[in-house]
Design a protein. Sequence first.
Length: 87
Amino acid sequence: MASIPFDTLQFVKTLEAAGVPAPQAEAFSAAVRDSHAFVDVATKRDIDDLRKEMEARLEKMELRLSIQLGIIVVALGAFMALSKWAA
């Protein structure tokens, strides 16, 4: 997961321009920066990678199911042939 870029200096300057004293502006900036450290954000790339991985898994599962269904059909065919032969 990616992190959100945060410009702490620009944030402090914006607060100071709005009349917030420098020590408070710096404290606010540090608090916001620290809170961003614990946030996981999925980017478009993360989602695309997950989609590709899920598609690959589904393709493998589809192949396995097709093979299993083929085996069942062959087994049923053999059973039907043997049951007609035995009768």
